[in-house]
Design a binder for this molecule. Structure first.
Ligand SMILES: CC(=O)N[C@H]1[C@@H](OP(=O)(O)O)O[C@H](CO)[C@@H](O)[C@@H]1O
Ligand SMILES: [Mg+2]
Length: 561
């Protein structure tokens, strides 16, 4: 970096001083905190996004959101040129700059990093960053801070895309870098046209009953509701009612949204007994999580939850079915069949019943630590990789080579057996690859795929929910002195440090029929999370309580000496 560049950063960063006592870490979902302390963080992440753009010689993205957190929080994360999360190799640098105490120290950190990474400032290609934000009131001024960050890098351009869902921003970054159509309208057109295409391939004899047509969506009073309104207009065949769109005066994520519904297992605000029997879905605050549910007929506040694991199972079942149609005999090109590698990726939070179900289907199921970046990376190793967190974040990834094969197969079948079952299966898989977001989990595209598959199978939400029965589970949080003292292994299923706690957990688990329990430090909150499941709810609750006590004994404040 030349002196001019250094003094530009120095000057602008003095306008965004780091508040006293702030310590942030680029966790499972970027930086998140109370919005009032985030100005300097977002400014610095603006610079980081520009450096990432220079390093990769591609466009990057910056999203301002705190997802399902309360409305007074906010956050910021970077989209890499692929549309995925920021490369993990850069996370330590993100932490270092966010916590740098003075503008001088900050400039020095950047200068060292630029040298180490060999980032070129020769102006041959300048940095370009797409900016987006959710509907939080603090978003506007934080977006300004991000712009100031970007503009402190000579020649850099910030393109403000306005209010978006997180997956839309990731989708646009990916599309732009692939020289594909990348505006918001292109996003809606791609989703709606591939959805219509998929639905047109529904076998004729299957028709859903009239009562199963309707879908009610809880928009969490966030950005998802207003975007779904746009999509709905382009899909005039669908009967969707959107509640908690943010226009009715409700507060973002307060008693609404996918996180609330999944964790509390109760109806979101605005849902009542008269909704019994109707298919309902809930988005989170930035529309990258999706769960379904229906209201229990005997208790209007309780729901039956159809979570990310069950969305994953529905997707896996459908994909597997299409792959087996492809393999059907009766055409002369059986030898040209491509053995597509289908993989399913879950975390330790996946309900044990879902994993059993998927394995019974004969699918390969693998586990990664919590956090989209791990699941996504693993899923990308397959021809078709399906990943979901139980909380509703997930998608289906298709490899380039498999897509090339599908397109070639389609051309071949078009000339030899147009309209055959095999060609329809090929076209369905291609439509899914266009519909489902290839960059990150996306509640809107996930919702359309669920709807298309339910129509294809002629299923109600009850049919779907009956695929398997969830084992009762319980999640708890424990405040501890230092959550980083907990080190886990085997996709977070065992604790390796501190010593002896895992043995103690094993003793509790052994007392419990179908018992399973683990603890891990949260990446987004200063707590240890406890998960337990068992054959009955009381046993899951008591297992979770005993393990929480162990966490407190080994790590809690009583043990701080
Ligand atoms: C148990 C749970 O739901 N954990 C969530 C939560 O992470 P934690 O690291 O558990 O705080 O937020 C992440 C970001 O949204 C999400 O990826 C993850 O699944
Ligand atoms: Mg979210």
């Amino acid at each position: 970096m030349d002196d001019n560049q250094k003094s530009l950063i120095l000057k602008s960063s003095s306008q965004y001083p780091l508040p006293q006592g702030v310590k942030l870490s680029y966790g499972t979902a970027g930086f998140r905190a109370d919005a009032s302390i985030l100005g300097s963080t977002v400014f610095r992440v603006g610079i980081l996004a520009a450096l990432r753009s220079l390093k990769t010689q591609s466009l990057t993205g910056l999203m301002i959101t705190a997802s399902h957190n309360k409305v007074t929080d906010n956050g910021v994360k970077i989209a890499d040129p692929s549309g995925g999360m920021l490369t993990q190799e850069w996370e330590p640098f993100a932490d270092a700059i966010a916590n740098s105490p003075t503008p001088q120290h900050f400039v020095q950190l950047i200068d060292e990093f630029v040298k180490k990474e060999n980032i070129r400032f020769d102006g041959v290609r300048s940095a370009k960053i797409l900016l987006g934000r959710d509907t939080r009131p603090s978003g506007e001024s934080l977006l300004e801070a991000a712009k100031q960050g970007v503009y402190s890098i000579v020649g850099a351009t910030a393109i403000d895309m306005g209010i978006l869902t997180t997956p839309q921003l990731h989708w646009m970054v990916r599309a732009r870098n692939k020289d594909m159509k990348a505006t918001e309208l292109d996003y809606f057109e791609q989703l709606s046209s591939s959805f219509r295409f998929l639905v047109d391939l529904t076998p004729n004899q299957i028709k859903m009953s009239k009562t199963d047509d309707k879908l009610i969506v809880d928009g969490a009073n966030g950005v998802g509701g207003e975007k779904l309104e746009v999509l709905k207009k382009m899909l005039n065949s669908m009967d969707i009612e959107i509640r908690n769109s943010g226009k009715e005066g409700g507060v973002l994520n307060e008693g609404v949204g996918a996180d609330y519904v999944q964790k509390e297992k109760v109806v979101p605000q605005g849902f009542h007994l008269k909704d019994v029997g109707i298919r309902c879905a809930s988005l989170d605050g930035d529309a990258d999580r999706l769960v379904y549910f229906y209201v229990q007929s005997n208790n209007a506040s309780k729901i039956d939850l159809v979570d990310g694991d069950k969305i994953l199972s529905l997707f896996a079942l459908f994909i597997k079915e299409q792959l087996s149609i492809l393999k059907m005999e009766g055409d002369d090109h059986v030898d040209e069949n491509y053995e597509a590698r289908l993989g399913v990726v879950q975390t330790a939070y996946a309900n044990g019943a879902s994993t059993d179900y998927l394995r019974q289907l004969g699918l390969e199921v693998v586990f990664t630590p919590t956090g989209v970046k791990y699941l996504h990376e693993k899923a990308a190793e397959y021809d078709i990789g399906i990943y979901f967190e139980a909380n509703g974040h997930g998608t289906i990834l298709f490899s380039e080579s498999f897509l090339t094969w599908l397109n070639a197969r389609n051309n071949e079948l078009s000339s030899k057996s147009k309209g055959s079952e095999q060609q329809k299966a090929v076209l369905r898989l291609l439509a899914v690859s266009n519909l489902i977001n290839q960059a990150v989990g996306d509640a809107l595209s996930g919702l359309l795929l669920v709807e298309a598959i339910l129509q294809y199978k002629g299923w109600s939400i009850h049919n779907w929910s009956e695929l398997y029965h969830d084992l009762p589970s319980r999640q708890l949080k424990v405040k501890v002195v230092d959550r980083t003292a907990v080190v886990t292994a085997n996709a977070e299923t065992v604790v390796v440090r501190p010593p002896l706690i895992q043995e103690a957990i094993n003793v509790e688990v052994a007392k419990c029929p179908q018992g399973r329990s683990f603890i891990r430090p949260s990446g987004t909150e200063d707590v240890i999370r406890v998960y337990a499941e068992a054959s009955i709810q009381e046993a899951a609750d008591s297992l979770a309580n005993s393990v929480a006590k162990l966490a407190d004994q080994f790590l809690g404040f009583g043990n701080s000496g």
